[in-house]
Write a protein that binds this ligand. Structure first.
Ligand SMILES: [Zn+2]
Length: 300
């Protein structure tokens, strides 16, 4: 009967096609009392989980039915997934409860000390997460532009990611002018004017404008060096801004590189996307990272 036994015990969220019912009761919210209350009662065909409330108390249980075929079927078994001491009910109409990352975020900000968090979110839909433990993904990026593009794109993809486990982003964003200052020069060459970066006290040229050669320091990726060599017949002293080459850090890392043009790459469990990655490529990259790191999660 204990269907969830042996399953991963973190990041438990209902699967997309599992129904969550919400019921108020007057009995205690321990497993025995709930079994007495629910066993024998009919539940709707799609109902797999019941959020049970008694006043301000909330619990979550999984239920078994005689059959999943008829519209309603008697409940034959109940397993308490989280009891009232460890569970809260949050209301936040901004949260899309079909998105595991959104559930985990709501849990972390609304009830960080609880094992179970039920969220009544957008459209009034109710879902829950038990033992949230999002996969931490470090996003390596340089900025400007603002907002940091890759980080912003990842946030936008995650806001729609029904298929991914809960993910928490760890920004590792470095300012171009900070990188420039790491190598003092009277003259800098940046890849393009777009970002509007200028370093105080130094002249700044932009490679995409093919300026007259100066004794500058190139603040750019390997591709910029290649272009420099094409234009001027030699490479320039360089501060390599490539987020892919940035060292340090552990765990799941997502970075970008100007040398990639049309595909994503996996390098030692890190995933790299092209400089101009599309949202579809970023979605693919996140899916790949999840495959690499296999966070324990249970769409139950
Ligand atoms: Zn690169």
């Amino acid at each position: 009967m204990n269907e969830l036994a042996g399953a991963p015990s973190r990041n438990v969220v209902p699967g997309a096609y599992r129904g969550v019912a919400v019921t108020s009761v007057e009995c205690d919210l321990d497993e025995e009392s709930l079994e007495r209350h629910f066993i024998g009662r009919e539940a709707y065909r799609r109902t797999r989980f019941i959020v049970i409330r008694n006043g301000s108390q909330t619990a979550v249980a999984a239920v078994h039915k005689v059959s999943g075929d008829p519209l309603f079927s008697p409940i034959t078994g109940l397993q308490l997934l989280v009891g009232p001491a460890d569970c809260v009910y949050l209301e936040d109409p901004e949260v899309d409860t079909a998105i595991p990352t959104a559930l985990a975020h709501a849990a972390a900000s609304g009830a960080p000390d609880k094992r179970g968090v039920v969220v009544q979110g957008r459209y009034g839909h109710v879902s829950f997460i038990i033992d949230p433990s999002p996969l931490r993904v470090t996003v390596r990026e340089v900025t400007p532009p603002y907002p940091a593009k890759l980080l912003d794109q990842v946030r936008r993809v995650l806001a729609l990611a029904e298929h991914l486990p809960p993910i928490e982003l760890v920004p590792d964003v470095v300012e171009l002018d900070t990188l420039a200052r790491s190598r003092r020069s009277e003259s800098y060459l940046l890849p393009c004017r777009g970002g509007g970066v200028a370093v105080e006290g130094a002249t700044t040229d932009y490679l995409d404008e093919h300026p007259d050669r100066r004794e500058w320091t190139l603040i750019g990726c390997e591709r910029s060096e290649q272009i420099h060599e094409w234009f001027y017949g030699e490479r320039a002293p360089q501060v390599d801004i490539c987020p892919w080459k940035r060292t340090g850090g552990t765990g799941a890392i997502l970075a970008k590189c100007c040398l990639l043009e049309s595909h994503i790459e996996v390098d030692d469990r890190r995933v790299i996307v092209p400089w101009g990655a599309s949202l579809a490529q970023i979605s693919e990259a996140l899916t790949t990272l999840v495959d690499e790191w296999e966070p324990s999660w249970a769409p139950a």
